[in-house]
Design a protein around this ligand. Structure first.
Ligand code: NAD
Length: 515
């Protein structure tokens, strides 16, 4: 793999970590907007608006992109608007068939997708492969749901009746974060398209590649041009999408402060929003739990994707009577995780997305130590043996001696750092677990069935786990309470977020007007 030449549809990359250049003319920047079924260059390229995307693993230039300004955003939205008439008038079965073909094409090309996802994000390739499947799952699941989307029949007096229809919203916009790029493109586009909407996606400026690959797949599968579009850029491009008068809905994944801005921008046009935001989730381990499973859950809940996961259980509450056994197992297993080249199959911790994120994590760790936390393992900058790997690598870190008021315990770190907190009673720990402005996820490990359900019933979180953590299934809704978001992704309920109800009264008798 190291020296293999990989070709990405018109982009030639020589060597695993070479610089992209277009095959046709060898000139940078690359035209990477995907509008109306093809890659296009900006109408009015602005050389000052070129984005340099660095590869997390090496720190080298991966790709250069032209930022999408008002012209491109308008072009993408107009293309989606024009495609809407044809797409929304197909039957659900017809839409579903096209989506199923797309899912099959991704399956056929999954290794290529995983390769690019790893180069774009720095996450270990074994995880990138799983992420590709979460996108495939979403496309298959919603393709199956498409023919079932229907309204209600309501009988009224004297043989009259009413019926409801679930109609698409129109042009839906998606805005993604950098930690799960292909998953977000799939989780947002699949329900939007299945419900008869058309779609414009803006991936994170740090991870622009696989969203465009997905567009090419949809086109190859027979999706009419304009149904799925991609614009590239940072916050300004996102704002243009949110404020565009022809965008009916925005589905956003990212931080709480940006989610708030997206909501405010959408408010001007009275647009619906789905917000998948940040978290500081609790995991409660009672003394009667299977401790090996609880340790496994805590690790799943903290160390996937270098800890850059919104739902992470960054506050692990452990009953004091088993704290020593739990910590010994956690530290031993965490210390065995291989940090390094994300392209190696056995790597479990890859590169942080960029230097700023690594600096942020190390600053949180410095602050935690000053506030009295003790590093039980990890938390160090790692330099891989291979000199090409010049990105930022942090060994997974377990912090002990934590208390609830520490900054690292209250704020989202978004790195491989778990804070371990002791507790004595159920009542106490439930109150402490809920003492946060976030409410994305929460979990409990116990063998006491009654207690498990009692605790989860009190937990203020949208996605809860009993005796596991951070597992996802496309058939199960995912989303947050409190500041962690609005709306849900995945599951049957998602149809409600991509459709609007039309009510139709049908009079079968005469009109009884009192005039
Ligand atoms: P971010 O909020 O900085 O950016 C997210 C996206 O919003 C990017 O595409 C960015 O370009 C865009 N953006 C920035 N300003 C904007 C604006 N004013 N209007 C419209 N779009 C704008 O988040 P990030 O750093 O990319 O991702 C990390 C955050 O995402 C974390 O807080 C994490 O918890 C959250 N996240 C949540 C979920 C979830 O499902 N709940 C999943 C993954 C990540």
């Amino acid at each position: 793999m190291w020296l293999q030449q990989v070709v990405l549809r018109g982009v030639q990359v020589v060597g695993r970590r070479g610089v992209c250049s277009t095959v046709s003319n060898g000139k940078l920047p690359l035209h990477f907007n995907y509008i109306n079924g093809e890659r296009v260059s900006p109408l009015n390229p602005d050389p000052t608006q070129v984005m340099k995307v660095l590869e997390p693993a090496t720190g080298d230039l991966l790709i250069e992109l032209e930022t999408s300004g008002p012209d491109e955003v308008n072009r993408a939205v107009q293309s989606a608007k024009e495609a809407f008439t044809e797409w929304s008038q197909l039957t659900g079965l017809q839409r579903g068939r096209i989506m199923q073909r797309a899912a099959q094409i991704i399956k056929d090309r999954q290794e290529e997708f995983a390769y690019w996802e790893t180069r774009d994000t720095g996450k270990p390739i074994y995880e990138a492969r799983m992420d590709i499947w979460t996108a495939i799952d979403a496309i298959e699941y919603f393709s199956g749901l498409a023919p079932t989307i229907a309204g209600q029949h309501v009988p009224l007096a004297n043989g009259s009746f009413a019926y409801t229809k679930k109609e698409p919203l129109g042009v839906c916009a998606g805005i993604g974060a950098w930690n799960y790029p292909i998953q977000m493109a799939g989780w947002k586009s699949a329900p939007a398209l299945a419900c008869g909407n058309t779609f414009v996606f803006k991936p994170s400026q740090f991870t622009p590649i696989t969203a465009v690959m997905l567009g090419e797949v949809y086109t190859e599968a027979g999706l009419p041009h304009g149904c799925y579009n991609v614009v590239q850029g940072a916050g300004e491009t996102g704002t243009l999408l949110c404020e565009h008068p022809d965008v009916a809905k925005v589905s956003f994944t990212g931080s709480v402060p940006t989610g708030s801005k997206v909501m405010a921008a959408a408010a001007g046009g009275i647009k619906t929003v789905t917000l998948e935001l940040g978290g500081k989730s609790p995991l409660i381990v009672f003394a009667d739990a299977n401790l090996d499973n609880a340790v496994g859950g805590a690790m799943l809940g903290n160390f996937l994707s270098q800890g850059e996961v919104c739902s992470n259980a960054t506050r692990v509450f452990v009953e004091n009577s088993v704290m020593d056994q739990f910590l010994a197992k956690l530290v031993e297993r965490t210390g065995r995780m291989k940090v390094g080249d994300p392209m190696d199959d056995d790597t479990r911790v890859g590169a942080m997305i960029h230097q700023d994120q690594a600096d942020k994590v190390m600053t949180y760790l410095d602050g935690a130590k000053k506030e009295g936390a003790v590093v039980a393992c990890g938390g160090e900058l790692v330099t891989p043996d291979d000199p090409r790997l010049k990105g930022c690598y942090i060994s997974p870190c377990v912090l002990t001696n934590c208390h609830d008021n520490m900054t690292v315990v209250r704020e989202e770190v978004f790195g491989p750092v778990v804070s371990i907190l002791g507790f004595d009673t159920e009542e106490e720990v439930v109150q402490r677990a809920n003492n946060t402005e976030f409410g994305l996820a929460g979990g409990v490990f116990t063998n006491d069935l009654t207690r498990a359900h009692r605790v989860i019933a009190q937990m203020q979180a949208g996605t809860c786990y009993i005796n596991n953590f951070n597992i996802i299934d496309v058939a199960v809704p995912f989303g947050g309470f409190k500041k962690s978001g609005l709306g849900r992704e995945n599951g049957l309920v998602t149809v409600e977020y991509y459709t609007q109800v039309k009510t139709v009264y049908v009079e079968m008798g005469d009109v009884d007007a009192p005039f």
